[in-house]
Unconditional design. Structure first.
Length: 209
């Protein structure tokens, strides 16, 4: 497998979507084939699961159901899109992957290691070559989400502040425990500064392959 798998992680409002688009455009300008995708979603079935997960009218969903649905969307994503693309030698950029489940469901919903176990079959040993974690405090994330003008907050964004604090702790722990894979970037920096750090890190890691 010659492809290269890049993921973006962080709290809602941290700027992952903007940064992942910058990186896609940069790598495409260099002539690479880039598959640009997101979780939950990225496949027709995954996008349907996404709609269920983010629909505010499903506010009463059990945390077990939630964790299994994220894992189910991921199983589909890995089999239908990520693995086949990596096998063709493409670069895959995903806005969120397994770390989000560990942070949101493992830490946020207090499901702990169950989340890792349930995701084993979903990810099939696929692991990102590099993960950019945009580190933004929960308070700052909440105020950025509130300031957004593109639609109403989804089911996860409507969660209480204490949940978001646990999710944040989860991301911090993941970044510490996986410092080889996860590049932590201060999400309060200017978008252009973050962009340049990411471009440099990708160039370096792709050269080392
Ligand atoms: P995202 O696409 O980042 O939201 P937006 O479209 O608002 O930028 O992610 C959707 C939400 O799903 C987000 O609140 C994080 C959450 N999530 C989990 O709880 N677990 C997961 O495994 C994933 C992938 C996302």
């Amino acid at each position: 497998m010659d492809g290269f798998f890049i993921t973006f992680e962080g709290m809602d409002g941290a700027g992952k979507t903007t940064q992942s688009r910058y990186l896609r455009d940069y790598l495409e300008r260099k002539g690479y084939t880039v598959v640009f995708t997101r979780e939950p979603g990225g496949t027709p079935i995954g996008e349907q699961i996404r709609d269920i997960l983010l629909d505010p009218s499903n506010a009463g969903m059990s945390e077990i159901t939630e964790a299994l649905l994220y894992a189910a969307a991921r199983a589909e994503h890995v089999r239908e899109l990520i693995l086949p693309s990596l096998q063709k030698g493409f670069i895959v950029i995903s806005d969120r992957f397994l770390d989000s489940s560990i942070a949101y469901q493992g830490y946020g919903r207090n499901l702990g290691n169950l989340v890792t176990e349930w995701n084993e079959a979903a990810v099939q040993n696929v692991s990102p070559d590099v993960t950019f974690y945009l580190d933004l405090s929960p308070e700052e994330g909440i105020s950025r989400v509130e300031a957004r003008t593109d639609g109403k907050p989804d089911r996860m964004e409507q969660e209480e502040a204490s949940f978001k604090k646990r999710v944040y702790q989860g991301f911090q722990s993941l970044a510490k425990e996986n410092s080889g894979r996860i590049v932590r970037i201060d999400g309060s920096m200017k978008p252009e500064e973050i962009r340049d750090l990411i471009f440099a890190a990708v160039d370096e890691r792709m050269l080392q392959r």
